[in-house]
Ligand binder design. Structure first.
Ligand code: GAP
Length: 451
């Protein structure tokens, strides 16, 4: 079992993830990404875009607003259905999700006269009440019903209320998709487990519109596509599972949902959900807006609401899985080493450049030349502080797959050593060959794999 606290410590210390506004005590359920975290996040987004959007002809990328009208979320059903059961302790005022409390997430609960007691202070608990998860705000200075607005709880609604715009501007034929990456907000009662359950997070969602009679086929197609994408990212198959939702657990819009679960340190939990949302959203937005959101099928010569298959994943939850999956500890020269074994195409820093000795002007000058060369094509870092061994360890700890070291031989024959993070082996290579070498090693084979 990997030590989560240790991993979180490294992520903070090395500039991946910080608790948001920590200097004021921290904002619970909200995290900030440091320089390395942002680099990694962007890589993940790009790999998703490559796989979902750019490799396919019929998927359109949009970016819709975060602020949404009350009407939009009446239509989507979120105002009516998007809530959790809330229980509060009458003594310490700690709040819980009833299903989490009774489901064992707080250990064994004590009961008095048949009623559960607070797991922290054994105080009496309130009756269960519903708590809407959306963040509400007001547009303009007057706080009235007509000005009510909501931060989106999913990016999906932007794809539905723009459906007609896409039909008119892009003229797609079924099946086709609308994709989006963006922030979503949920006022979770108990945000917890690091990046797993957040109040502010980012989603990568695809709404794939299909003929109703083909919904099941496309649902199965996307479950397999998405499962295989994680394998192509380098996840071990045994750390992934599919979970089929029983009918009574489905979201208000869904007819069928399968989760891809990851083996987090607290057990297998949802990483991505693939849902058959039927024609629920388009139908509801048509009803509430009065706009015709049907599709005209030229072959059949008829109008209907397409069904939609939705693969949806939270990037933060995915990064959490990546940190757990690729973190490792080993021993090099009888010294313990922390290492992120990210596949090279995922590594936030792709290559580091060092002079063997930082106090030799000629080596520093040559190293700077090499750094300037590689940073044109790769995400590179220059480091000349501390011993060479310490520099290697620092790069191992942030997952840099390759380190280039410039030594005295470099000045004679224009070769340098390239060190492999995983094997720690060093080989000599000509400077003019570095670019091709790195290009080859950093390529994501996922795009041409038949998985
Ligand atoms: N549009 C469908 C939808 O939003 P969901 O299962 O509620 O469905 C989709 O969310 C994905 O978003 C989840 O699989 C998860 O990866 C991520 N997600 C949901 N709630 C989250 C939260 N509070 N914190 C972090 N990620 C979350």
């Amino acid at each position: 079992m990997k030590d989560l606290e240790k991993i979180i410590g490294i992520l903070k210390q090395r500039g991946f993830i910080y608790q948001s506004q920590e200097i004021y005590g921290g904002l619970r359920g909200v995290y900030d990404y440091g320089p390395l975290g942002v680099l990694l996040k962007n890589k993940v987004k790009n790999l998703w875009l490559k796989d979902i959007v750019f490799q396919r002809e019929n998927i359109f990328l949009i970016e819709s607003s975060i602020l949404g009208l009350r009407k939009t979320y009446e239509a989507s059903g979120h105002l009516e259905h998007f809530h959790d059961p809330l229980i509060e302790c009458k003594s310490c005022h700690q709040r819980f999700r009833a299903d989490h409390l009774l489901g064992g997430e707080y250990g064994e609960i004590k009961f008095k006269e048949g009623k559960a007691l607070c797991p922290f202070c054994q105080g009496e608990l309130t009756e269960e009440r519903t708590f809407n998860l959306m963040f509400k705000t007001y547009i303009g200075p007057v706080e009235e019903l007509a000005a009510e607005a909501y931060l989106r709880p999913e990016t999906a609604q932007g794809m539905f209320y723009n459906f007609k715009n896409i039909l008119n501007s892009m003229r797609p034929k079924l099946p086709f998709g609308i994709a989006q990456i963006g922030k979503a907000f949920r006022n979770e009662i108990t945000p917890k487990n690091f990046l797993f359950r957040l109040r502010e997070f980012e989603q990568m969602e695809l709404e794939f519109f299909v003929k109703p009679e083909e919904a099941e086929k496309w649902f199965n197609f996307w479950v397999e596509e998405r499962f295989n994408w994680y394998l192509k990212l380098g996840f071990k198959k045994e750390n992934l599972k599919k979970y089929i939702y029983p009918k009574e657990e489905l979201a208000h819009y869904s007819d069928a949902t399968i989760d891809i679960q990851y083996n987090y340190p607290f057990g297998f939990k949802e990483l991505e959900g693939i849902a058959n949302r039927t024609n629920y959203d388009l139908r509801r937005h048509s009803e509430y807006s009065g706009e015709d959101l049907t599709y005209f099928d030229e072959e059949k010569k008829e109008k209907y609401y397409p069904y939609v298959i939705e693969p949806s994943v939270g990037i933060d939850r995915l990064l959490f899985a990546i940190f757990v999956e690729f973190y490792d500890e080993d021993e090099i020269d009888q010294e313990k080493r922390n290492v992120f074994r990210f596949p090279p195409f995922l590594a936030p820093i792709e290559v580091a450049v060092f002079p063997l000795l930082s106090n030799r002007e000629v080596l520093v000058k040559k190293s700077r030349e090499v750094y300037n060369l590689v940073k044109k094509d790769f995400i590179a870092l220059y480091d000349d502080s501390g011993s060479i061994g310490k520099r290697y360890r620092r790069q191992d700890e942030i997952g840099t797959p390759f380190c280039l070291t410039i030594d005295f031989q470099t000045l004679e024959d224009n070769t340098l050593t390239i060190r492999d993070r995983d094997t720690t082996e060093q080989v000599r290579i000509k400077i003019e060959e570095i670019k091709d070498f790195l290009k080859d090693k950093l390529r994501w084979a996922g795009e041409d794999s038949n998985l």
